[in-house]
Design a protein around this ligand. Sequence first.
Ligand SMILES: Cc1cc2nc3c(=O)[nH]c(=O)nc-3n(C[C@H](O)[C@H](O)[C@H](O)COP(=O)(O)OP(=O)(O)OC[C@H]3O[C@@H](n4cnc5c(N)ncnc54)[C@H](O)[C@@H]3O)c2cc1C
Length: 514
Amino acid sequence: MLMSSQEFRESLRAHRPRVFVDGDRVESVADEKRLAPGIAAIGVTYDFALRPELRPLMTATDQASGRVVNRMLHVNRETRDLMSKLEAVRLLCQEVGCAQRYLTHDALNGIHQATFRTDAEHGTDYHARFLAYMREVQDEDQTLAVAMTDGKGDRSLKPHEQANADAYVRIVERRPGGIVISGVKAIVTAAPYVHGFLVMPCRAMTPDDADFALCCAVPVDAEGVTVVARPAGRPGESAAKFSGRYGQSTGVVIFENVFVPHERVFLAGEHDQAGFLAQTYATHHRHSCIAARAGFGDLLIGAGALMTEANGLDFDRHAHLRDAMVELIKIVEGFFACGVAASVYGQADASGAVMPDTVFANVGKLLLATQIYDMQRLAHTVSGGLVVALPGPDEDHNPATAASLAALLGGRANIPYDKRIAVARMMEDLTASHTGGWYSVISLHGGGSPEAMKREIFRNYPLGDRVDLVERLLDRGVVADPTRKITRNRQPGRCCVQGCSVAETEVRPTRWSA
Ligand SMILES: Cc1cc2nc3c(=O)[nH]c(=O)nc-3n(C[C@H](O)[C@H](O)[C@H](O)COP(=O)(O)OP(=O)(O)OC[C@H]3O[C@@H](n4cnc5c(N)ncnc54)[C@H](O)[C@@H]3O)c2cc1C
């Protein structure tokens, strides 16, 4: 079944989650104005999947069931799937800024890989449980939030060392039919308006942290779950040209003695598997983040070009403005290209799922995380100060000022004042409002802070191959020590005998438009 956005919104009525927004208890999530932009943004992932021309991108056929499912619920089987997901997320985020639902995709793929590996190493039956659960999620076209980032308390301490044991979500009791969990997940995108949570560990665990090595699915309205959320975007603000319509809420999710039946438990104490699950999910997610921020970059490029035009300027005549625009394009397409490379070099694991290349996925995410501030600077460079200095929308209807403002603050003659300020307000919304700051922080920390990406790049980069190369060119090794650390990391399969598998993709970013 593929739902429409309207059906998605209505489906939320079947749940009665305990949600607070700005101190108020929310009785009906589906009707809460402060959450409406978030629900609308996820809704686009549903509507796009129903549009015939977008179906090849927005849907996929599940290999096991043979059913057509939303792309955001599909486990990748070929590198072509990675490309399609990348392009689907970019297209969605062009439209809504942050489509949120790709987190569901990333978690399903990570858990698929991790449960298979855990079973192989521990003789458990998590993978079969997970597949049965995923089938349900696909059949009901659900949206799941990812509850991974724990409260974490004192960052210098491990989970079991925290003064407050609930700083990380953990198993507090094992019963014949399942487990009982408690603790807090601090940042959960879309938490109030999803069907359920995928609870996952946010780090590698030691034996002392075995109770924190936990992965399970919990309905959004399970007894003992409380969501304390922020409004999605800037609902109700007339200046919020974009984020009044589409936005993202995040919630703190508190678990207080929540019972999880065995069939919804996918890791429970196998501490040596927590790191693999966290890293696998993170690689899928960073690959998605690349596409999401490329979609956001497309908005900045378009709005920047429109501001330049409305100001009466021309990229052909003003080299410094053209340079700024090219710089912005270079950043956006540069990190997106890492997403393409991560897709092309993706590899299947023993579970049959295909994962993006770790190095390229992390390099792309690292580039966008640090260059988001340059993207905003460049958008501001071409736009001018009006984006933050313009009188507010209430002034547009003030009989004492409206006419003179329209006459005095016009730009290019054939572009009316109201059109010019509409673009300026959109640029303010995207780059200089609370939402603008939000895009900076989600780019920097969402999917992991830069240090996490740097570690993954160094851990996975085939430094040993590069050392071998230079030593070969020097005719003999620099040090004859096969145990030395510098050559430990080799990566067969790339630029080597085996060769590369190039994605047989029919899709290119320029071909798809909403
Ligand atoms: C808008 C938004 C949406 C998000 N959505 C989700 C979501 O849906 N699900 C989810 O699970 N998470 C989500 N996240 C969380 C995201 O993954 C985290 O923000 C990220 O992993 C960083 O964790 P933190 O925010 O707790 O920062 P911190 O851990 O407090 O890190 C702050 C800084 O301290 C450094 N640091 C932290 N610990 C150490 C240490 N032990 N030693 C040295 N340096 C350290 C970090 O590198 C970083 O520079 C979201 C984040 C944002 C901003």
